[in-house]
Each structure stands twice: as structure tokens, then as C-alpha cells.
Design a protein around this ligand. Structure first.
Ligand SMILES: NC(=O)c1ccc[n+]([C@@H]2O[C@H](COP(=O)([O-])OP(=O)(O)OC[C@H]3O[C@@H](n4cnc5c(N)ncnc54)[C@H](O)[C@@H]3O)[C@@H](O)[C@H]2O)c1
Length: 395
């Protein structure tokens, strides 16, 4: 393998904890960082042994210089993806971009176009679920056709009430006017997984949902305990104290300026008459994904948290249980496997990329269409929706 180098833009939760640990295991890779927060920048620099001259305040400072690395990991917040990604592509960098690609549909489409314009550069999106052993097993079952043709999917994303409180009431993704709607921020992954499993294009989508519970009129003292979990756990260190007293994490969850939905259901029709339901909910005990695949000759049910997949062949008494391989790293092993694939693809441009930016446009369009449907109570024809957007872009 050729020796390559990687720069990280945004040393936040993802930049620092999801992908950078891979750089620690492969110490020649990580060479450059851009992060405006001095404490985070210094932590990153020290942890990954980066030279002072290779640390930058902002992506602008880094990318405007002559190329400093082969590849960039862009892990800034949703609304700061488009600008660094397009600058970096023009500069000749290979890119691993966090999802969503952007919180604006027009920017997602433009990034897809840029990916086509620079075919010699790897441009991958962090759809980590495709790299998890759990979803890879489900995909194998679909592709093997052992149970016949896939007809119908029931997919649930169980956000977990404490995770929702942390990220979508108090945290970065609480307000869609500032960042992304819930279905884009949390579930462009799930739209992507539905596309991947079916191997078909989505034709129509219809969604319903609202923010129904975490609002001031539901404020009751006796409900507070459960929803203070994210800050009232045993993690009593200095940083946690600071977060509670100076940041948003000490606020009552019923008295925040959040507006994103806390539950949302979508029904989808794909080519080949495959249908799916997708249920996204805050009101769950676990953070997990539960998926049921219904085939012409059998049924498969999986729980990502329990790491179990049950396979039933119609007419057979016994069923099979699969325990997908356990891989260390976040997202059920997906974070590191995605990094592996990225580095391999940068090294060898012939290598197959599972989550190219060009392909990822489609799952993002589905998420934007779902949100449009939820807000307007309309069934959305995906092709028409995309055509309208392209027309707008031409004007
Ligand atoms: N792939 C996944 O499964 C997954 C999971 C969680 C989050 N995400 C996405 O990852 C992205 C990052 O999320 P996070 O939780 O790490 O957020 P974060 O806020 O912890 O990190 C973002 C970092 O970017 C830095 N930043 C701001 N302006 C910058 C600039 N001009 N130049 C360089 N850095 C700058 C911030 O200071 C911050 O440290 C988001 O888009 C989020 O939606 C993806």
C-alpha cells in the first residue's frame, strides 16, 4: 500500500472520536487538523502527534494552502459541509464527508454534480451502516435470494429518549431552521439502508409526524428525572459540570427552543412494487434499529442492539439465528470499516466504493422528500420532486 496522509476538518465528536482513533492505529496517516476551538485543536494535536505548522483554525486556512495531505475527512456540522467539500474537490483532495452531505437539497445536488466532475478523486459519504456486520448480513440474505424475492420491509429507528433529549432537544440538531430536520440528520442513513437493501429506486414517499411531547405545556416536575439522564448520569467529571452549567445540557427538556419532530412515520414505494414502512421515534428505551424483511418464501427479523438476526423459511419448522460478527468501533463496527474502505479506495482507485457521493444523493433526496411530505401532507413523487429542484437550480 502506498503511504497516504489524511487531514481532519472539525475535531468535534465525530472527528475526534469516530474516525481519528483509526489514525492512532495507523499512525502515519493523520498529519493535519483544522478546528477553531483551541482546546479541541490542542487535544487533537497532542493525541495524534501533529506538528504545530499542520494545525489550522479553520478549513478555509487549511484548504486555501497548497495540498497538505492526500485526503480530507470533513466532520464539521451539517451546514458547514458544502463549502469545505467543494473547495477541497477543486483542490484535488480525496474526501470522506460526514452525513448529511448538506442540510440544503440544492447543495446536495451540486455536490453530486461535482463528484461526477472529479471522477479521479474518491468522494465518499459516511453512511456507516452499510459497513456494519449487522446490515451486511441482511444485505447478503436479500442478494442470495434464498428466501425468494424481497417484497416488503418494516424498519424502525429507535432513537432512545435520552439520546433524543441530548441531541435533538438540547444539542446540535434541535432546530431545523438552524441545521437539519430530524429525518435528514438522523435518518439519511436509514433511507440509504432501504435503498441498499432493496437495490431499487424509491418512487413515492409519504410521511407523518410532529413534535408532540417535549414542549412546555407538558412540563411536569415528576417527569424531569428520566429526561435529565444525559446530564445526570454517573459521568461526574469537570467537563460534564461545565456542560451543564454553561451549555444547553442543563436546560429543562420541556423548556428548550427545539422544533424537530419527536416521531415520524414514512411509507415508501420502490421499483418492483417493493414497499417499506419506516418508523423513527424518540419514545423508545433503546438506541437501536429493528428491521423485518418479508420475502416471497420467508421472513427475516433483526435487532441491531441485540445483534441477532432470525431467519424463517416458510414451511420449515426450525429457524436459523445469525449473530453478526462483533467489530470494535462505533456504529456496530461501521466507523472503522468505513475508514478501511476509504483508505483502500484512495490507495487504489479501482476499489469498489460502497457509499459514493453520487449514489448518496438519492437517499438525501428521499429524506428531503419525506420532510416535505410531513409538512405538507402530500404524497411525494420522488422523480418530480427532484425535477422541480433541478429546475429551480437552473433559474
Ligand atoms: N455518520 C454518522 O453516523 C454520524 C453520526 C453523528 C453525527 N454525524 C454528523 O457528523 C457531523 C459532525 O457531528 P459532531 O457531533 O462531531 O459535531 P461537533 O459539533 O461535535 O463537531 C463539529 C466540529 O467542527 C468544528 N468547526 C466549526 N467550524 C469549523 C471550521 N470553520 N473549520 C474546522 N472546524 C470547524 C467545531 O468547532 C466542532 O468541533 C455532523 O454533520 C453530524 O450530522 C454523523
Amino acid at each position: 500500500m502506498k503511504k497516504i496522509s489524511v487531514a481532519v476538518i472539525g475535531a468535534g465528536v465525530r472527528g475526534m472520536n469516530a474516525y481519528a482513533p483509526y489514525l492512532l492505529e495507523n499512525p502515519t496517516l493523520g498529519q493535519v487538523v483544522a478546528e477553531p476551538n483551541e482546546e479541541k485543536r490542542n487535544n487533537f494535536k497532542n493525541r495524534y502527534n501533529i506538528k504545530e505548522e499542520n494545525t489550522f483554525y479553520s478549513y478555509n486556512d487549511l484548504i486555501s494552502k497548497d495540498k497538505l495531505a492526500d485526503a480530507l475527512i470533513i466532520a464539521t456540522s451539517d451546514e458547514q459541509h458544502y463549502e469545505p467539500a467543494q473547495m477541497a474537490l477543486k483542490k484535488g483532495y480525496h474526501i470522506l464527508l460526514e452525513n448529511p452531505m448538506s442540510n440544503k437539497l440544492e447543495e446536495v445536488i451540486k455536490l453530486g454534480e461535482l463528484a461526477k466532475k472529479y471522477p479521479d478523486q474518491v468522494f465518499m459519504i459516511c453512511h456507516v451502516l452499510r459497513y456494519t456486520p449487522f446490515f451486511s448480513e441482511l444485505k447478503k440474505l436479500v442478494d442470495s435470494k434464498e428466501l425468494g424475492e424481497l417484497v416488503n420491509i418494516q424498519h424502525n429507528e429507535n432513537i432512545g429518549y435520552y439520546h433524543y433529549a441530548h441531541s435533538y432537544i438540547r444539542g446540535n440538531w434541535k432546530n431545523s431552521n438552524e441545521t437539519s430536520p430530524l429525518v435528514l440528520a438522523k435518518s439519511c442513513h436509514d433511507m440509504d439502508i432501504l435503498l441498499w437493501l432493496t437495490g431499487k429506486r424509491c418512487k413515492y414517499i409519504s410521511s407523518f409526524g410532529s413534535l408532540s411531547h417535549m414542549i412546555e405545556e407538558n412540563f411536569q416536575d415528576n417527569l424531569l428525572k428520566a429526561y435529565l439522564y444525559a446530564v445526570d448520569s454517573n459521568q461526574t467529571n469537570e467537563n460534564l459540570k461545565k456542560a451543564i452549567t454553561t451549555g444547553p445540557y442543563g436546560k429543562y427538556v420541556y423548556k428548550c427552543d427545539n422544533n424537530v419532530a419527536d416521531h415520524m412515520v414514512s411509507i415508501l414505494e420502490f421499483e418492483n412494487n417493493i414497499t417499506a414502512t419506516f418508523n423513527l421515534s424518540d419514545f423508545t428505551n433503546d438506541c437501536s434499529r429493528t428491521t423485518k424483511l418479508m420475502f416471497t418464501h420467508g421472513e427475516v427479523g433483526g435487532n441491531s442492539l441485540k445483534n441477532v438476526i432470525e431467519v424463517h423459511n416458510f414451511g420449515e419448522r426450525n429457524h436459523m439465528i445469525i449473530h453478526p460478527k462483533i467489530v470494535k468501533s462505533g456504529h456496530g463496527g461501521g466507523d472503522f470499516k468505513l475508514m478501511d474502505d476509504f483508505i483502500k479506495s484512495v490507495n487504489n482507485r479501482e476499489a469498489h466504493i460502497k457509499t459514493s457521493a453520487i449514489d448518496s444523493v438519492e437517499s438525501h433526496v428521499m429524506a428531503f422528500a419525506a420532510e416535505y411530505s410531513r409538512l405538507n401532507h402530500e404524497v411525494v413523487d420522488i422523480n418530480k420532486f427532484l425535477r422541480n429542484e433541478l429546475e429551480k437550480l437552473k433559474k
